[in-house]
Design a protein around this ligand. Structure first.
Ligand code: ATP
Ligand code: MG
Length: 306
C-alpha cells in the first residue's frame, strides 16, 4: 500500500510516547482505519531512506501476535508508520482503567507475548528490545499483539540519538552494557507481568516524572537488588509465582521463550491449537478472556462519552 500524508484523516489522538505520537486515522482511499505513529527525527535523507527500507520487513511479519503493518513513509522530518488499529489499546492504559489483571488474563499476556517473540526471532531474527505494557495491544476479542519492536537498526539509532528515554523494563545485563538477547525480552515480560498482577511497577513509581538522578538510582537497584517476585500468600498461584521467578533470574539461569511456553503455568492454555486434548477447558478459558476484553471495551466507551 502506497500511503501518503494527505491520504490520512486524523480521527483521534491515541497517545504520546518518548519518541512519537500515535493517532487513529482513516485512510481515505481504502476506508481503512489505521493507527499512525509519527516519529520526528532530524537526520540525513539517506538515513531516512534506509529506515523506510528497513521497516519493509514489517510487511513480511504475519502472525496473530504481531501488529499488522500497512506501510511507512517520510514526511518532512518525520518517519510515519501506519499500522493496524487495535481497539482496546495498550495494556498500560487498560491497567490504569481496570486495575490488576486476573490470572487467566496474565496467561493470555504471557502466551501471546512469548508467541510473538518466538515468531519474530525464528522467522526474522528480530529481538523485540522494548517489551512493556504500552507495547502490547489488546483488541475487544481479547487478542494481544506486540508492537514497536526493533526492526530497523537505523531507526533505533536515530531515536537513541534524539531522545533521552531510558526504559526501566531493561534487563540487568543490558543496563550493565551487555548485548541485547532474546532473554532480555523475557526479563521485560516478567517485570511487566508483576506490574499487571499487582497494579504497580515492581521497582517503585514508574511514572514519566522520574528525574534523571532518579533514573540512575533506579537502574542501580535493578542491577543490585533481588529480582521482584510474587508470593502465593498474596493470593497468586504457585505456578504463576514460579513462572515469574524463571523470567526474572539473572541472565545465565533465566529461561528462554520456548522453555517458558512449556511451563505448567501455560499448560492446557492454548490459543487456537486444535490438537490440544483438553479442549473443553480451553474453550471455556477463551470465552472468559473474550468476555473480559469486551467488558474493558465497554468501560472505555463509557469513559469516552463523558
Ligand atoms: P515509548 O515511546 O516509550 O515506547 P509508548 O509505547 O507509550 O512509549 P507510543 O509507542 O508512541 O508510546 O504509543 C503511544 C500510545 O498509543 C500507546 O501507549 C498506546 O496506548 C497507543 N497505541 C500505539 N499503537 C497503537 C495501535 N496500533 N492501536 C491502538 N493504540 C495504539
Ligand atoms: Mg510504544
Amino acid at each position: 500500500l502506497n500511503i501518503k500524508a494527505k491520504d490520512l484523516l486524523t480521527l483521534k489522538k491515541l497517545g504520546n510516547g518518548n519518541s512519537g505520537t500515535v493517532s487513529k486515522v482513516l485512510h481515505l482511499a481504502t476506508k481503512k482505519v489505521m493507527a499512525r505513529k509519527i516519529i520526528h527525527i532530524e537526520t540525513k535523507q539517506m538515513v531516512q531512506t534506509q529506515i523506510i527500507r528497513e521497516l519493509r520487513i514489517m510487511h513480511e511479519c504475519d502472525s496473530p501476535y504481531i501488529i499488522g503493518f500497512y506501510g511507512s513513509f517520510i514526511n518532512e522530518s518525520d518517519v510515519v508508520i501506519c499500522m493496524e488499529y487495535v481497539d482496546c489499546g495498550s495494556l498500560d492504559k487498560i491497567l490504569k482503567l481496570v486495575g490488576p489483571f486476573p490470572e487467566l488474563i496474565l496467561k493470555q499476556v504471557a502466551f501471546s507475548v512469548l508467541s510473538g517473540l518466538i515468531y519474530l526471532y525464528d522467522n526474522h531474527r528480530i529481538i523485540h528490545r522494548d517489551v512493556k505494557p504500552s507495547n502490547v495491544l489488546m483488541d475487544s476479542k481479547g487478542n494481544m499483539k506486540l508492537c514497536d519492536f526493533g526492526v530497523s537498526r537505523e531507526l533505533i539509532n536515530s531515536i537513541a540519538d534524539t531522545f533521552v528515554g531510558t526504559s526501566t523494563y531493561m534487563s540487568p545485563e543490558r543496563i550493565q552494557g551487555g548485548i541485547y538477547s532474546i532473554k532480555g525480552d523475557v526479563w521485560s515480560l516478567g517485570l511487566m507481568m508483576v506490574e499487571l498482577a499487582t497494579g504497580r511497577f515492581p521497582f517503585g513509581d514508574n511514572s514519566i516524572s522520574i528525574q534523571p538522578e532518579g533514573i540512575l538510582d533506579l537502574l542501580q537497584r535493578i542491577v543490585n537488588e533481588k529480582p521482584p517476585s510474587l508470593k502465593p500468600e498474596n493470593g497468586f498461584s504457585p505456578e504463576l509465582c514460579d513462572f515469574i521467578d524463571l523470567c526474572l533470574k539473572k541472565e545465565e539461569e533465566r529461561h528462554g521463550p520456548i522453555e517458558l511456553m512449556g511451563h505448567i503455568f501455560l499448560k492446557n492454555f492454548n490459543n487456537n491449537n486444535s490438537n490440544n486434548n483438553n479442549n473443553n477447558n480451553n474453550d471455556q478459558d477463551q470465552a472468559k478472556i473474550k468476555n473480559w476484553a469486551r467488558n474493558v471495551r465497554r468501560i472505555q466507551k463509557g469513559k469516552d462519552v463523558k
